[in-house]
Design a protein around this ligand. Structure first.
Ligand SMILES: [Zn+2]
Length: 355
């Protein structure tokens, strides 16, 4: 081959490789139990998938190896404040409402009292175990909120937690003197006289979970990313429930993680699909630098109603707008139930370039 042809060939190869590499940097994920996608005969590389966000309970060694061999990063979803399966046997960890009695499960979700030391030790142990068993690309904290149900347009928003421990911690840490009485009376007094300090303290408790889990991650696997799935309501939605009830302050959360994964579940929240793009526009304005990466999770799931392949495509488009540098969907099951959605994802991921 003449020398100049050889150079041209190398140049073309280099440009093609760089483009491919750049396209690869946009994180294109599948959330849930992605092993089922492989078992159905698909291949991550062929689908354009370069990351899986696998539930801790669905992770196993053969899948981990297979995903890595197919060029996929492995991020693990960690069910931080999901109390189901724990609070039933540990009544001290059951969240207490403003009437001083155990809060009811919020539909399918059961939270926990986040100040329960036994529960914290239980999650810490699980995280350490996970990080000793697997070299992960990151851990994504999920169920990172006080007891509530937000994946619906009719949210369940109880006031918690007014257990003895939470009341006493609030009193000590904030230097508040709460008049005597039972838990219901104390709750009433706090909400009437110290509401702002109370909400702020609750937010601090949530942030301390992020900090503590982050410390463990950095100690054991310093290169792994800390992510957080969180409710993508605007601060004013549902009478300010994002902060008031769930305890989430987005700028504070952003300061504590490497990746924000807003849950852009348009149908569950009763929003048009275009809202996902509006949310990202808002997020772009309010998060300060140094800002974390933003990898939204969009809805492919058929509940409520049906998310058509066209609507799913729209959700992917909206959810990958600036400042997103990654995207995934809820969940693998919805893809397998409708192979047309897999085709939509595959075409979209193949064309998706890094911003
Ligand atoms: Zn409590």
């Amino acid at each position: 081959m003449p020398r100049y042809l050889c150079l041209i060939f190398l140049l073309i190869h280099f440009v093609a490789y760089s483009q491919q590499d750049q396209a690869q940097t946009f994180v294109k994920g599948i959330y849930g139990n992605p092993e089922r996608v492989l078992k159905a005969g698909y291949d991550f590389e062929d689908l354009g998938v370069n990351a899986v966000f696998v539930r801790r309970s669905s992770l196993n060694q053969p899948f981990y190896s297979q995903a890595k061999m197919q060029g996929s990063k492995v991020f693990v979803e960690f069910p931080t404040l999901n109390g189901k399966g724990y609070v039933e046997d540990h009544p001290d960890a059951w969240p207490i409402n403003e009437k001083g009695v155990p809060a009811q499960p919020a539909d399918w979700f059961m939270g926990v009292c986040p100040t329960d030391p036994g529960f914290k030790a239980y999650r810490v142990e699980q995280l350490r175990e996970l990080l000793h068993d697997y070299l992960v690309d990151g851990v994504f904290l999920d169920y990172l909120h006080w007891h509530a149900q937000f994946e619906t347009d009719q949210p369940i928003l109880p006031e918690t937690c007014f257990c003895n421990r939470c009341i006493s911690l609030f009193e000590t840490e904030r230097g508040v003197q709460i008049p005597g009485g039972d838990n219901a009376e104390k709750a009433k007094w706090i909400l009437a006289n110290q509401e702002s300090a109370w909400r702020n303290w609750r937010n601090g408790i949530l942030n301390s979970w992020v900090e503590d889990m982050g410390k463990i991650l950095r100690e054991i696997q310093p290169k792994a990313l800390l992510g957080a799935f969180y409710c993508a309501w605007f601060p004013e939605d549902h009478d300010g429930a994002l902060y008031r009830t769930l305890g989430i302050d987005v700028p504070a959360l952003a300061a504590g993680v490497d990746v924000l994964a807003p849950m852009l579940f348009h149908r569950m929240y009763g929003r048009p699909v275009s809202w996902a793009g509006d949310y990202l526009e808002w997020l772009d304005k309010i998060v300060d630098s140094p800002r974390p990466l933003v990898w939204p999770i969009v809805q492919a799931h058929d509940k409520p109603g049906t998310v058509s392949p066209e609507e799913f495509l729209e959700a992917l488009r909206e959810g990958s707008r600036t400042p997103a540098s990654g995207i995934m969907m809820f969940s693998e099951q919805s893809l397998l139930e409708n192979p047309e959605k897999i085709k939509v994802m595959q075409d979209f991921y193949r064309d998706l370039q890094a911003p």
